[in-house]
Design a protein around this ligand. Structure first.
Ligand code: SAM
Length: 200
């Protein structure tokens, strides 16, 4: 029997699941929030009924699990810049009624200003300017809104010390957000820090 460890998240042995039609295997090597949970994340921020802006939807792996967790009472806007990836995203989420896929560049939030306010922004885009892109999108957050970033140090700087990059990114995030928790994703993802914060 799988045990529920957060609302909508289940664990059996070292394996995680979300509940769609059935229990869906949430692979911690392919999805960073799952890796963060196995590494001891205490403040799992994704909740039933939330409206989420998801930056970097890619092939739809993680956003599909978020879709299970927020349930049909919630909604996800999935932003993805690569038109090469979009067909795979559409195929993966075709049965999900609570995901709105968007071919957009997260650097230009003014192009999707119509989405209105959201409870949470999740960002996983592996760009040099990933922190400033997230900050630019904070205009969508409701009061006390939550941010989650899967920070990829090597995308910011491929030569500098990873710990130094984390420290600087946290300092930059701190200008706008109160950091709630930061979890290193080793050994599942190298040089990634999973950060949860709240709009100041
Ligand atoms: C590491 S993958 C995301 C994986 C995905 N979050 C998951 O766990 O299933 C990063 C994705 O971000 C997209 N991306 C990069 N820069 C972007 C931007 N400026 N706006 C939107 N998407 C971007 C890439 O095309 C790529 O598909």
């Amino acid at each position: 029997m799988a045990e529920q460890i957060f609302p909508g998240v289940y664990k059996k042995g070292e394996k995680l699941f979300t509940k769609g039609k059935n229990l869906e295997d949430w692979n911690h090597y392919k999805s960073k929030p799952a890796a963060a949970i196995l590494n001891g994340l205490q403040n799992f921020p994704i909740k039933k009924g939330q409206i989420i802006l998801y930056l970097g939807a890619a092939h739809g792996t993680t956003i599909s699990h978020f879709s299970d967790i927020v349930s049909d009472r919630g909604l996800l806007y999935g932003v993805e810049v690569s038109n090469r990836v979009i067909p795979k995203l559409l195929e993966k989420i075709k049965k999900k009624k609570n995901i709105v896929p968007m071919l957009e560049d997260a650097r230009f939030p003014e192009n999707y200003g119509w989405i209105g306010k959201v409870d949470l922004i999740y960002e996983d885009i592996a760009q040099r300017d990933q922190v400033s892109i997230l900050k630019r999108n904070k205009v969508f957050l409701k009061e006390n809104g939550i941010i989650v970033i899967a920070l990829k140090a090597k995308a910011i700087d491929s030569v500098r010390e990873v710990k130094e990059i984390y420290k600087e990114a946290i300092k930059e995030l701190n200008e706008d957000f109160e950091i709630i928790e930061a979890i290193d994703l080793e050994p599942y993802e190298h040089d990634h820090l999973f950060i949860v914060g709240k709009l100041k």
